[in-house]
Structure formats: structure tokens, C-alpha cells
Design a protein. Sequence first.
Length: 153
Amino acid sequence: MKAEEIAQALPARAWRHLSAGAGAKGERLYDWALVPLWRLQLTQKERRFGHYLLVRRSLDEHQELAYYVVHTRRSQAQLKRLVQIAGRRWEIEIGFEATKGECGLDHYEVRRWQGWYRHITLALLAHAVLVALRVREKKTHTRPDCPERARVA
């Protein structure tokens, strides 16, 4: 079945009104539903995990749908928790965009997986170092006990 068909078949009681986190314009509120997906799991270890379809529906008149396929421990498959995790996607995308602009994440010409993996790893590491340096610099220049280091506006 297609994800859209599964979402359309959900009863009204399956949807919950939850926030995906704070955004630039306040809380990012959507309707959410979680549907377990069937998968053959033969071993005891495999049965501890489950596959789920997490569906996000916008609150406007278009009721646009977005889908996430989730693989997690069955004990951790709570809707509220998965919504919070899905809400982090925006922050991750912002980080990737910054890494593209500052560290050349999108400037690679490789022919093998190892080269691509090394490039991505080094670009993300470089971005993490830059972020840490910016945070340290900001703390140094805004400490009240160091007025001689305060920034001039």
C-alpha cells in the first residue's frame, strides 16, 4: 500500500494535535498519526524493533501530508517522542545548508564510496569546529567580568 492510502484510511481518533517544536513563527503545530507497519521478524532480537509510518498533516485547508518511515524499539515508539525527533529535521537541514556554504559539503567529485564518506566526514567535522569556535568567541566577548573584551556595537 502507498503511504497516502494508509493515511487516508485512518480514523479521526488516530490523529493527535502536537507541536514539532518551536519555529521562527512560534510552535509548529500539526496533526500526527502513527501506524505500525508489518514486517516479517523471525528472531527474538528482530521482534524487539518495529517499523512504523509517522504521518504529519498540516492544519490549513489543504491538509498537506508528509511521511516518515520509522524503525525503532517497540518500547520507544511513542507518538509524542517520534514527533519531537521528526521536528529536529529542520535543524539538521539548516546545519547541512551552513556546511555547504562554509565548508564545501557540496563540492566533491568522487568516484567511490570511501572518498565520498571521507569528504562528508571532514566537511561536517570542519563545520563542528567552526561552530564551537563561534560559541567560544561569543562567550569570551560577552562575559561581564571582561569589560575590556566587550564588543563595540
